[in-house]
Ligand binder design. Structure first.
Ligand SMILES: Nc1ncnc2c1ncn2[C@@H]1O[C@H](COP(=O)(O)OP(=O)(O)OP(=O)(O)O)[C@@H](O)[C@H]1O
Ligand SMILES: [Mg+2]
Length: 248
């Protein structure tokens, strides 16, 4: 098989380095993520996980290296332009418009997406918003104010807002922190059903059982370097990964 017959990765991170002053937070990271892949990103506190996804979403500019999506170099682009090309971020702390209803929050996100000329009329946007809420299981709460939502429903709304962007890559940075065991399972099932479609997901999560269940591949960072990448069970069994977590 020739190289040309190999599918192009969705996301390509090449030789990415990020320094803060003299401190190297990411050191020469290269990784490819394929279309629809469920990708777990782990590593101890301060290992560079959030810095890496910030360089992918555009919140941070790398010191060196390149990020490309479906063959297009994103490195010079600001976050909003990357979002329009299909990189969506679900934040650690949900930041909804609190005085709006769930449906209105979705409509705002769709208005932004409409900049791409996808959705023209308000009625069309409303239908699109309802269909996303149905997919996420939030349709019964469409008319509720965001302030009235429980933590788990807020996380779901945040996912719904990310979906409104029509993402090819969804980044979830500790979207499950603070949830109960059964709520974690609920959000995980949702993420897994999305990943099974054509949305690739990078999930950063400290709950190892969740990462193991979710991921097709896991990558472990330690002090800004990749110390293991592969099948979840292999990565968890890796001696360097175990050392990094035990801190020995
Ligand atoms: N804006 C910044 N300025 C200076 N140092 C930073 C900045 N952002 C991150 N760092 C440092 O870079 C390192 C990696 O941080 P990062 O937030 O990426 O880690 P993380 O793996 O996401 O950790 P956690 O699991 O705690 O979220 C840390 O040592 C952190 O203090
Ligand atoms: Mg982090």
């Amino acid at each position: 098989m020739t190289d040309a017959a190999m599918p192009e990765p969705l996301l390509r991170v090449e030789s990415l380095t990020k320094s803060f002053g003299g401190f190297v937070a990411l050191d020469n990271i290269s990784v490819d993520i394929r279309k629809g892949e469920r990708f777990g990103l782990i590593g101890p506190n301060g290992s560079g996980k959030t810095t890496l996804v910030n360089c992918i979403s555009g919140a941070l500019r790398p010191s060196r290296g390149r990020v490309s999506l479906a063959g297009e170099d994103l490195t010079p682009l600001p976050p909003n332009q990357r979002a329009r090309r299909g990189i969506a971020r679900s934040f650690q702390i949900p930041r909804p418009f609190r005085s709006m209803t769930v449906l209105e929050n979705l409509m705002v996100a769709l208005d932004f997406a409409a900049g791409r000329g996808v959705l023209e009329s308000a009625a069309h946007r409303r239908d699109a918003a309802m269909s996303i809420l149905t997919r996420i299981g939030l349709a019964p709460k469409a008319g509720a104010l965001a302030t009235a939502l429980t933590q788990v429903d807020l996380r779901k709304m945040e996912l719904a807002r990310a979906l409104a962007m029509g993402p090819k890559l969804l980044i979830s940075d500790e979207a499950m922190a603070g949830l109960s065991h059964s709520e974690v399972d609920e959000v995980l099932d949702l993420l897994m059903s999305l990943g099974g479609e054509d949305i690739a997901i990078i999930m950063i999560e400290h709950i190892m059982q969740a990462v193991m269940r979710f991921s097709e591949r896991v990558m472990c960072l330690d002090a800004g370097r990749i110390i293991a990448i592969g099948a979840p069970a292999e990565v968890m069994a890796n001696a360097r990964v175990q050392e990094a977590y035990l801190g020995v």
